[in-house]
Design a protein around this ligand. Structure first.
Ligand SMILES: [Zn+2]
Ligand SMILES: [Zn+2]
Length: 447
C-alpha cells in the first residue's frame, strides 16, 4: 500500500483530505506541524507528502527544503497546498522543491489527479542536509521601570518606503515601527525606519542605564527591518537586544537580518554590533515576553508574515501591519470560496481586541488595481474591525503615494462607514509621534 503524509495544522483541510485518500486506498499519515511532519517523513518515507505553507514549528517552505535535502526522500512527490494565491509563494514553493501547488480550498478531483502520478526521479539530486531548526527559548526579560499599564507609541506608520517631505509631515514618513511598554517591559513592533528616532529617544531616556529590548518582527520585507542598522541601542554593549520572528520563505530570520547589513550594502556587519543582539526564530504561535502574553497568526501577504496580539492586564493590542483582506476580488481567485485557513483564523485572532493596528493602504478604488499586492483597503478593514468587535482601530501602513490630505480623507470615509453601520468603534489614522495608554483594568476606575 502506498503511503501519503499530510502536514497541515488546519483540521478543516487535513481531515477531509485524509478520509478521502484513505478511501482511495492510501495509507495516510497526518502531522499538525512542520517538525512532526519531518519526523514522520523520515520514519515512513512516504510516496507523497502534502504540505501546507503556514504552519507552526517549521513552515512549508522549510519542510520542502528539508525533504529535498534528504537522499532517502528523493523519490517522494512533494505537493504544497496553501490558501496563498501570491505568485511569489508559488515560485518560492517551487524553488524550495515542491512538485505541485494546490490552492485551498482543495478541489479533491485536482488532489486525486496530482497524487496519482509518481514523482519525477530525483536520484542523486539530493542537496546538502538542511540545518537543524534553531531552538526557541523565549525567556522573560528583567522587568522594566515597573510602571503598570500598556503604552503604545507610533514611530513609523508608512508602508513600502520612507516618504519624508512637506506633504507627509502630519502623519509622518517613516516605515513601520511601534513602541509598546507593557507594565514597563519594552517591546518594539517591527524595525522600519521609525526605529531610528525611537533608538535616539531611548538612548536619551535611559542614559547610562542598561536596556532590555525585545523586537518582534512580523516579516522581513525591507520596510519592516531597514531601520535596524541605525538603531542606536544596538551599538551599546550595556544593552541586550533580542529580535524575535519566524523563519522566512527563503531563508532563516538571522540570515535575512544579517543580509541587509552585509558589504556592499552597509559598512558594519550585524555581528559587529556591540549591543548583545540575540536573534531567536519562533516555533510556536504563543509565547511570553515578561508580563506580556503574545500570540501570533499568519496573515494574507506574500511569503511568511505574521500579526501579533499582545495581552496584558490592560487589555490587548493587535498589530497586523501587512495583510490583504479577503473580499470578492480575492475570493474569485479561490473559485468564489474563501480559504478558511487564513480568514477565519484571523477573525478569531482579532476578536474583541481593545486596539487593532492594521494595513489600510488603499482606498476601495485604488485596491481594484492592486488585487494580489498583499495589502488591505480601508473599506474592508473597517468592516473587518466592526465584525470583530474591535474597540479602537488605527489605519496603518500608509501608501507612499498618499499625502496627509489623502490619508485624512480616507479616515473621514472610514469614520462615515462606522457611523452608517451604527458602530461605536473609534477610528484613527496612525500618526508618527502619537501615543496612548491602556490603563490596567483593575485600577482603571481610579484613573
Ligand atoms: Zn510592509
Ligand atoms: Zn510586507
Amino acid at each position: 500500500m502506498k503511503t501519503i503524509l499530510i502536514i497541515d495544522d488546519d483540521d478543516y483541510c487535513r481531515r477531509p483530505a485524509a478520509i478521502l485518500l484513505a478511501r482511495d486506498g492510501w495509507n495516510v499519515l497526518e502531522a499538525e506541524d512542520g517538525e512532526r511532519g519531518m519526523e514522520l517523513a523520515l520514519a515512513h518515507r512516504p510516496e507523497v507528502i502534502l504540505c501546507d505553507l503556514m504552519m507552526p514549528r517549521g513552515n512549508g517552505f522549510h519542510v520542502c527544503r528539508m525533504v529535498r535535502g534528504q537522499a532517502e526522500l528523493a523519490q517522494t512527490k512533494l505537493v504544497v497546498m496553501s490558501g496563498s494565491d501570491y505568485e511569489a509563494d508559488r515560485q518560492g514553493a517551487k524553488e524550495a522543491g515542491a512538485d505541485a501547488y494546490l490552492l485551498k480550498p482543495i478541489d479533491f478531483a485536482d488532489l486525486r489527479e496530482v497524487v496519482r502520478h509518481p514523482a519525477i526521479a530525483r536520484v542523486g539530486e539530493a542537496g546538502p542536509v538542511a540545518e537543524a531548526p534553531v531552538e526557541s527559548a523565549v525567556e522573560p526579560l528583567a522587568a522594566g521601570p515597573g510602571e503598570l499599564g500598556t503604552k503604545v507609541k507610533f514611530w513609523g506608520v508608512r508602508g513600502s518606503i520612507p516618504t519624508p517631505g512637506p506633504s507627509t509631515v502630519f502623519f509622518g514618513g517613516n516605515t513601520a515601527c511601534v513602541e509598546l511598554r507593557v507594565d514597563g517591559e519594552l517591546i518594539i513592533l517591527d524595525a522600519g525606519s521609525g526605529i531610528r528616532p525611537l533608538g535616539q529617544a531611548l538612548a536619551q531616556e535611559f542614559g547610562a542605564r542598561p536596556m532590555n529590548i525585545t523586537v518582534l518582527v512580523t516579516h522581513t520585507h525591507w520596510d519592516h527591518i531597514q531601520g535596524f542598522p541605525f538603531f542606536l541601542p544596538a551599538y551599546n554593549a550595556r544593552n541586550h537586544v533580542r529580535i524575535l520572528g519566524y523563519e522566512g520563505a527563503r531563508d532563516g530570520l538571522a540570515a535575512t537580518l544579517a543580509g541587509q547589513m552585509e558589504s556592499p550594502y552597509f559598512p558594519i556587519a550585524l555581528k559587529q554590533m556591540p549591543g548583545n543582539i540575540l536573534i531567536e526564530e519562533l516555533k510556536d504561535m504563543a509565547f511570553q515576553i515578561g508580563p506580556a502574553r503574545v500570540e501570533a497568526c499568519f496573515v494574507n501577504h506574500p511569503g511568511i508574515c505574521v500579526g501579533y496580539r499582545i495581552f496584558s492586564d490592560s487589555g490587548s493590542v493587535v498589530y497586523l501591519p501587512d495583510n490583504e483582506s479577503f473580499n470578492e476580488h480575492t475570493a474569485s481567485a479561490h473559485g468564489g470560496e474563501l480559504p478558511r485557513t487564513i480568514e477565519e483564523k484571523l477573525a478569531e485572532f482579532v476578536l474583541d481586541a481593545d486596539v487593532l493596528i492594521t494595513d489600510a493602504q488603499y482606498t476601495a478604488e485604488e485596491y481594484k488595481s492592486h488585487v494580489g499586492w498583499g495589502h488591505g483597503c480601508v473599506d474592508d478593514v473597517v468592516r473587518f474591525a466592526i465584525a470583530a468587535r474591535v474597540k479602537r482601530l488605527f489605519l496603518f501602513h500608509h501608501d507612499p503615494e498618499h499625502d496627509d490630505r489623502a490619508i485624512s480623507s480616507m479616515l473621514m470615509h472610514a469614520r462615515d462607514m462606522a457611523t452608517a453601520a451604527g458602530s461605536s468603534i473609534r477610528i484613527d489614522a496612525a500618526r508618527e509621534g502619537e501615543q496612548f495608554t491602556l490603563a490596567p483594568h483593575a485600577v482603571a476606575a481610579r484613573l
